[in-house]
Design a binder for this molecule. Sequence first.
Ligand SMILES: CC(C)(COP(=O)(O)OP(=O)(O)OC[C@H]1O[C@@H](n2cnc3c(N)ncnc32)[C@H](O)[C@@H]1OP(=O)(O)O)[C@@H](O)C(=O)NCCC(=O)NCCS
Length: 197
Amino acid sequence: MPDITIAPGAARDVDAVARLHAQLLADSFLATLGERFLRVLYRRIARDRASTLLVARRGPDVIGFIAGTENTKQLYRDFIRRDAVRAVAAAGPGLVRNPRATLETLRYDAVAGSSSDLPAAELLALAVRPSARGRGVGARLVAALQEDFGARRVSRARVTVAADNTAALAVYVRCGYVRAARIEVHRGRASEVLVWG
Ligand SMILES: CC(C)(COP(=O)(O)OP(=O)(O)OC[C@H]1O[C@@H](n2cnc3c(N)ncnc32)[C@H](O)[C@@H]1OP(=O)(O)O)[C@@H](O)C(=O)NCCC(=O)NCCS
């Protein structure tokens, strides 16, 4: 079996990353906006100087990815400013079908992003294909993002994860993230905010 390597995600990886997000983070609000929307978003993240997209490859296949940013609010602001037309066209009816989830997501960012205790930098998404799980790829991706944050002089970051996502919580705690708050982003569903650094 070829070795698994981790490297910055380029424009050619965006389709594979969007597909992994749609399939493996299907519960997330962004996934409800569809794979086309995710492609627009990940293209922006890959291009944005203050954000990072890393992919794990086995041979030519993208088997996992992680995304992070120095400042989530700024990233979404840039995304709206530069990609709004493309993003709305790509999301299509998803935006209209989910008005409550859209509002809850924006409100979450307003709360988490403006809290004085929570860092502005964020681990935005992490996923590893089921066939590659349990071999340390998730932890390697988190460590690689932390290294990237370090190179950017970002010493603290947050991540929000569903409170019942045992696998993700285990990876984050293993990589030094500490539980900082319990919140409800979407009504009736508890999430944990963890902080590293
Ligand atoms: C979360 C996810 C990325 C983990 O990837 P992975 O490559 O299997 O994780 P690793 O093999 O690096 O595991 C790292 C640590 O977490 C632990 N862990 C991983 N999965 C676990 C599980 N299901 N239950 C308990 N512990 C688990 C491992 O035992 C390991 O700890 P150790 O080094 O002390 O043994 C993967 O399960 C996934 O893609 N899930 C779906 C997407 C998702 O939920 N992403 C997070 C959204 S915020």
